[in-house]
Design a protein around this ligand. Structure first.
Ligand SMILES: *Cc1c(COP(=O)(O)O)cnc(C)c1O
Length: 415
């Protein structure tokens, strides 16, 4: 195992023998093309991120929030990246890398469908055939995303085993890859999986904090006091943190999904949250050692969050390490506070955020004194995809929000 793929005791390459050749080939390609810019790979990547993706994304001053919380709040607008979330940075990077490696087929897994749609978009852009594995349950819950993938020419393969969700889709994609490594690249969707994926996905998202740092110095003449980002697998988080890790004066805060409760029901094997960094225990999942939601027998528990993108029992090994080192502070915000954050940002700033992102705003609302004079928040995505969930969840809760819901109540909540 390559030592560079470890973050303290986390990370590594816990994969079946059949995948080792693919992992070794990918490690070699990552080091040559991404780290050493061989054949101008990184130049082409940056150019495509600019012209196809719309980078750089703005750093926007948030007038209302700044006044409300008495700190200067700036929003890194990854919701304005093509596709409506940060995910394209990684999908485009990996599909382009596959092309440089001479692969002619792309596969990926998706849960809520966000990573699948980003990968399908990147594959169409770069003219690569693409297949997406998606759990049957998720397909039924996320029909618009399934159609978006098909519109971009991708094939969507339903996974019917188990609960038919993300965990099973990942296993199925790994199985495909093990028999097709010669021709196929597997585009993993976050800073998870065996090395080199966590390092490589971080490096494709690093552009976020690269720009944040430069925009901050240009505009404010200084670095921020705090950077906040929501954390599921942790890719937008590490993207927003990477260039600040060595700046000790900058607080890095990872906001996880507190779900409905932090209390675990061991008998049911269910954690009603996805607070892996705050409550997880060390173990191995999907090829890496990291913090995981697991019971006392080491069984992976089901996670929960109102936002599908944070609903994952694992987390990137690098984030787990930075938390143990005390460099990143893990906090968590429950479903209700996230929904309130969603409504507040929509009403006060005219930005409808992804429910994932809304957790960061929930945290600022509950802890305005925990941040310094200048706070940067990574707006990882826009909330259009979440409207049906928000209608349903807002109706059934007693939230502190000022929005007219009656039209939906009288029509039975259908949209
Ligand atoms: C997928 C997603 C996330 C969570 O994934 P990370 O790897 O933790 O970044 C967060 N926000 C949005 C908008 C997403 O689509």
């Amino acid at each position: 195992m390559s030592e560079t793929g470890k973050f303290g005791q986390y990370g590594g390459q816990y994969v079946p023998e059949a995948l080792m050749p693919a992992i070794e080939e990918l490690t070699d390609a990552y080091e040559r093309y991404v780290l050493d810019n061989e054949d101008g790979f990184m130049d082409e990547f940056r150019e495509r991120l600019r012209d196809f993706g719309g980078r750089p994304t703005p750093l926007q001053y948030a007038d209302q929030l700044s006044e409300r919380y008495d700190t200067d709040v700036y929003l890194k607008r990854e919701d304005l990246l093509h596709g409506g979330a940060h995910k394209l940075n990684n999908a485009l990077g990996q599909v382009l890398l596959a092309k440089y490696m001479g692969k002619d087929r792309i596969i990926a897994e998706t849960g809520a469908g966000q990573h699948g749609t980003a990968t399908a978009m990147a594959a169409a852009h770069l003219d690569m055939p693409c297949e997406i594995y998606m759990g049957r349950t998720d397909i039924n819950r996320q029909r618009p995303n399934v159609f978006r993938m098909r519109l971009n020419g991708a094939e969507v393969n339903p996974v019917t085993v188990g609960r038919g969700t993300l965990k099973e889709a990942i296993s199925e994609t790994m199985r495909d890859w093990a028999t097709t490594v010669e021709t196929t690249h597997y585009v993993i969707g976050s800073i998870v999986g065996p090395d080199p994926f966590p390092r490589m996905v971080r490096d494709f998202h690093r552009v976020i904090s690269d720009e944040m740092r430069e925009q901050s110095l240009d505009r404010l003449g200084r670095l921020p006091d705090s950077v906040l980002a929501c954390a599921g697998g942790g890719s937008n988080t590490m993207g927003a943190f990477a260039e600040f890790v060595d700046d000790d004066a900058v607080d890095l805060v990872a906001v996880e999904a507190g779900g409905s409760s932090l209390t675990v029901d061991e008998d049911e094997g269910v954690a009603p949250n996805s607070a892996t960094l705050s409550t997880g225990v060390e173990g191995v999942l999907h090829g890496a050692r990291t913090k995981l939601l697991q019971d006392s027998d080491g069984q992976i528990m089901e996670s929960h969050s109102v936002s599908a993108g944070l609903d994952y029992a694992g987390v990137g090994p690098e984030l787990a390490y930075l938390v143990d080192e005390g460099r990143v502070t893990p906090v968590n915000v429950g479903d209700d506070a996230a929904l309130e954050g969603f409504h507040r940002l929509s009403q006060e700033e005219g930005i409808i955020p992804a429910l994932e992102t809304a957790h960061a705003f929930g945290y600022l609302h509950e802890n305005p004194d925990a941040v310094g004079d200048v706070t940067l928040i990574n707006v990882s995505g826009r909330g259009d995809k979440d409207l049906e969930t928000v209608i349903e969840e807002t109706e059934k809760r007693d939230l502190d929000v000022d929005v007219e819901m009656s039209v939906f109540e009288s029509s039975g909540g259908a949209m």
